[in-house]
Design a protein around this ligand. Structure first.
Ligand SMILES: [Cu+2]
Length: 180
C-alpha cells in the first residue's frame, strides 16, 4: 500500500527521477502512466480500500452495521437439475431479524439487492452486508456447500427488498424479503 502510494506520487510529480530508480516494479507502474495497472497488481489493497470507502458513499443516516437482535431465518441457495433458486424465494421477517443464506448446490451464488430506492434503507442494508462485497448491496460469492452469508435486517425500514443472485440472474435466481 505504501509502495503503491510512492509509485503514484513519483509518477505524478517526478517522472524523470523515477526512471533512475532500481525498483523495476516502480518503474513499470510509473511508465505505464496510470493508476489502473498498479491497482490490478494489488487486488487486496484495492478491495480493502473499496470496503472502507463504501460506508462513506453510503450517505445520510446509517453507515454502521446494526447487529441482528431477533430470529435468524434460513434461505437455501440451490442450483441443480430443478433449476437455480432461493428457497424460500419469498420470506417475511421482522425488523431486527437476520437472514442466513446457505449455499446448498450449484454455486457460486451471491445476494444482490435491487431497486432499493429509499436512501436510508439502502445505506443501512448495505452497511449490514458483511464481507468483501462486489459492490453496493452486492454480497460476496458463496462457494462451498454449507457456507453461509448472513444479512442483518436490524434498523432496515419495513418494506419489500428484492434480490437476485448475480451469477444466475439470467436463470431467474431471485427472491424477496419483506421486512415488517
Ligand atoms: Cu446463484
Amino acid at each position: 500500500m505504501r509502495f503503491h502510494g510512492i509509485a503514484l506520487l513519483a509518477s505524478a510529480t517526478i517522472l524523470g527521477a523515477c526512471g533512475g530508480e532500481k525498483q523495476p516494479a516502480a518503474d513499470t507502474a510509473a511508465t505505464a502512466a496510470a493508476p489502473a495497472p498498479a491497482a490490478t497488481t494489488t487486488p487486496s489493497t484495492d478491495s480493502a480500500a473499496a470496503t472502507t470507502g463504501a460506508p462513506a458513499t453510503g450517505a445520510p443516516a446509517a453507515g454502521a452495521a446494526a447487529p441482528a437482535t431477533g430470529q435468524t431465518h434460513e434461505v437455501k441457495m440451490i442450483g441443480d437439475a430443478t433449476g437455480y433458486k432461493f428457497e424460500p424465494a419469498n420470506l417475511t421477517v421482522k425488523q431486527g431479524d437476520a437472514v442466513k443464506f446457505v449455499m446448498v448446490s450449484g454455486g457460486p451464488h451471491n445476494v444482490t439487492f435491487q431497486n432499493v430506492t429509499d436512501a436510508a434503507a439502502k445505506a443501512q442494508l448495505d452497511a449490514n452486508m458483511p464481507g468483501q462485497k462486489m459492490g453496493e448491496l452486492a454480497g460476496p460469492m458463496v462457494m462451498q456447500p454449507n457456507e453461509a452469508y448472513v444479512v442483518s435486517f436490524a434498523k432496515v425500514p419495513a418494506g419489500k427488498y428484492d434480490y437476485i443472485c448475480t451469477p444466475h440472474a439470467a436463470m431467474n435466481m431471485k427472491g424477496t424479503i419483506t421486512v415488517q
